[in-house]
Design a protein around this ligand. Sequence first.
Ligand code: C2E
Ligand code: MG
Ligand code: MG
Length: 264
Amino acid sequence: MPECAVSELGKIDSATRIRDVIRSVGFDLVFQPKVAFSHGKLGGIEVLVRWPEVVSGRQAPDQFVPLAEQHGLAPMLDLHVLERTLRTWRSWSALTRLCWSPFPISVNVSAMSVQDEDFLRSVTWLLAESPRPKLMFELTETAPFHNPLAAAQTLEALSGRGVQVSLDDFCTGFNNHERLDTLPVAELKIDREDTAKLDTVAGIRHVGQMIEQAKAAGLTVTAEGIESRDQWKTLRTLGCDYGQGYWLCPPLSASDAAEVVQGY
Ligand code: C2E
Ligand code: MG
Ligand code: MG
């Protein structure tokens, strides 16, 4: 068998494994706090998917999420993560949920999902049960729009149901100015690779321009991948609203995230 056919078979096998994980043990979730520059306290939290500990052949999200997109499994994965997020939130005590109530929980969502005709119906169904947290959907940058109108309509409908939209990793991949101009966006996210370049003049100028543009459009800005006090200070000077990164807090288990939120 030619080598490329072998690697295609490997990918199909991995896609089957993603589906099997969703239908069996489910993916693990971790939660990374967002911190407000204005007061240095909690401002939100992002849910990140993880290959389950109990399943062999561990892969990073950067590997299996694009694979899910290539094989049409993105809506299934994103709905699974949303459902698990809501289930985790509902499992917390009333006090934890009360502490949590001012902050949005951000869930990553693929461009493939928001173009899927059943996605909106499934999300609406998941959100019908109460109580539910404030939600923000981070539109990821890895997939194109084949049907931009459907994507815009889905995101408009979600905004109407109180789900805010964030453009993840702005100015990378497919998350460009066109998406900013045509979608009901409430937040821009600065990618960790741009945060890493804040030690150069060009890097500061680039991030500064993105923040200025966001402010001009009335959006909030979150910078991810903050690994040092210097990056934090530079971003604060540039007018960034929220920060995320290992220097502030790594991604946490659900129980640790509940403790952190109660601490605030
Ligand atoms: P993202 O949404 O831009 O997530 C930020 C990534 O940066 C996460 O990687 C996070 O663990 C990592 N990170 C956090 N703080 C730091 C830091 O200080 N330094 C560095 N170098 N990295 C930091 P992760 O969890 O591996 O996720 C990678 C990407 O996978 C995400 O990028 C997102 O695009 C995608 N993803 C993750 N979870 C989901 C999901 O549930 N659904 C979808 N569709 N995509 C997801
Ligand atoms: Mg994200
Ligand atoms: Mg990123």
